[in-house]
Design a protein around this ligand. Sequence first.
Ligand code: NDP
Length: 449
Amino acid sequence: MDQTIKTVLDKNQGEPEFLQAVEEVYESVIPVLDKKSIYRKERIFERMTEPERIISFRVCWEDDNQDVQINRGFRIQFNSAIGPYKGGLRFHPTVNHSILKFLGFEQIFKNALTGIAMGGGKGGSDFDPKGKSDREVMRFCQAYMSELSHHIGHRIDVPAGDIGVGAREIGYMFGAYKMIKNEFSGALTGKGIDWGGSLIRPEATGYGLIFFAQYMLETHNDSLEGKSCLVSGSGNVAQYAMQKILQLGGKPLTCSDSSGFIYDEEGIDVEKLEFIKELKNVKRGRIKEYAEKYKSAVYTASEKGDDHNPLWDHKADCAFPCATQNEANEKDAENMIKNGISVVAEGANMPISNEGIKVLIDNGVMYAPGKASNAGGVATSGLEMAQNYYGLKWSADQVEEQLRQIMKNVHDSCLKAAEKYGMKGNYQAGANIAGFTKVADSMLDQGII
Ligand code: NDP
């Protein structure tokens, strides 16, 4: 193991997700560091793995029984070499430094790939919105923002949604920010359409993912038309990924939540997808209710301690993991290959283990890492920021067209960077190299800070 990565591993013991993300990038950029020695001399990689700032704070709020609740709030301002910090907020009981550092680190390269001037950041809380009343969620968001508001701003740091943070939470946080600052500005993205939001932002991550997959298939003169697809998750990213798959003539067969997954042999059509949206976004129900309504579907509950995820063990053409980190391992990758999967594009961040990715690439599967294939969400947040800044409102068609173009550019820059370093067709290497060099060169320009 060389000294660069050893230093980072030694310094971040006990943060497995962060180290997984760092190792994944490092392996890809070794040829770049070897070719351009100034990166090593100036210790660019080590500097990139050290967040510029970690803000950690107490969040106290009162539940519906008037009992005091205490949560932890965080914001990691990871890297501002190419623009203000930008990245989502996650509300989930598993949130800790390791999870947010991995997400913030990935965000640096993803944002660079979009071509929009955005640095990398991520934040959130161990608060669990599941099972809470709307009023409890509101009081929590207000308490969280009472501290976060001191650290963000439309030219400083612009958070958005992520797991557990959707339209409802962004609304409550924006309201709180506005009252604290006495300022109506684009300090958050994912806002409602009538108060500064962008059309297509809710759809953007899922749509962008499927555009990316379509561009991958086009390199083989193929398309999504008629392709069967395994999708995981049933939240924002999964819902709009399924919607775009349907629009492009594909057939989603599965989706999931943290309790289990459904497999619908007849496919999830437009009507069934509307049922899922209502179930998850309005009723806040569980995906097993899908199988109670549609008899063509089978529900399988998640088993704790299972050595693989049975969702990935079905015959299909494409796989789109859209739930959470490490939801597919080496065995799942082997199952995908056994079942005929030829395209895997990540909607979630780091959903496949590093060993699983290696299995896919070694077996000739076209694999797109999340930092490239799910970049459509943050890119459209960038478009929301631009509209807020200039006081404009673009039509849905205009935004979707820009999103499509951005995904095409991200796709092409991955291929170009991979080819330049002798790894033709390797999207993983290409995404890491293209994102890294852009940020590294900007850091060199700005001196030792
Ligand atoms: P949502 O909260 O809308 O949905 C998350 C989905 O994943 C839910 O179905 C949830 O199930 C499921 N899930 C969460 N944790 C687990 C778990 N431990 N095991 C199995 N399933 C789980 O989040 P998003 O759709 O916004 O985010 C999904 C992924 O996409 C995340 O990795 C996120 O970082 C990434 N992403 C999101 C972007 C966005 O714009 N929203 C942009 C780029 C990436 P349950 O209902 O049971 O919690």
